[in-house]
Design a protein around this ligand. Structure first.
Ligand code: GDP
Ligand code: MG
Length: 163
């Protein structure tokens, strides 16, 4: 089986945009119903001849506050469980919120490689927004713009080294 990279993070940080930029094809969409929808889509990708799969952990439905954060945590837990490498996407435009912190708490406990990727840094001026994310306690940060593709090459070079 191909190695698996899970893309986790709260809704709207750009997970699907990121995955669609990197993936070559949409392989399968798995729907899970258990109070909240936890759809995940699996994609194949290739970086400099290294093939891997990407799982986009999307499709969280809005519920009340507790259900919502619980479903984000579930997505992250499933990602950690099945993946070889975890890409934790956060939103450089909005900054850290409580949902990011909930995911970070889970990811700080895994021994698997975690790449904390600060998305939506579309231009050099916006890179100042990077620094507040060190507070998540996950070490190195990777600035990217999934919209333009900035930073994704350096990130993928590092990710495939862990596969
Ligand atoms: P998801 O819920 O985490 O899958 O997020 P989406 O991929 O659906 O993206 C949420 C919104 O953020 C969409 O309007 C995207 O166009 C926007 N977005 C995603 N990546 C970027 C980026 O790098 N820069 C900017 N400016 N917007 C982005
Ligand atoms: Mg999505």
């Amino acid at each position: 089986a191909l190695p698996l990279v899970a893309v986790v993070g709260r809704p709207n940080v750009g997970k699907s945009t990121f995955v669609n930029r990197i993936a070559e094809g949409n392989e399968a969409i798995v729907h899970e119903m258990r109070g909240v929808t936890r759809d995940r889509s699996y994609h194949t990708a290739d970086w400099n001849g290294v093939e891997f799969k990407l799982v986009d952990t999307g499709g969280i439905e809005m519920g009340d506050e507790d259900t919502f954060q619980a479903s984000i945590r579930n997505q992250a837990l499933m990602g950690v469980d099945e993946a070889d490498v975890i890409v934790f996407l956060v939103d450089g435009k909005t900054g850290i919120n409580a949902d990011d912190e909930a995911v970070a708490r889970i990811l700080r406990r895994t021994s698997k490689p975690v790449f904390t990727v600060v998305n939506k840094l579309d231009n050099p001026q916006s890179e100042e927004a990077l620094y507040e994310f060190y507070a998540l306690g996950l070490g190195d940060l990777w600035p990217v713009s999934s919209l333009h593709g900035h930073g994704t090459g350096d990130l993928l070079d590092a990710v495939v080294e862990e596969l």
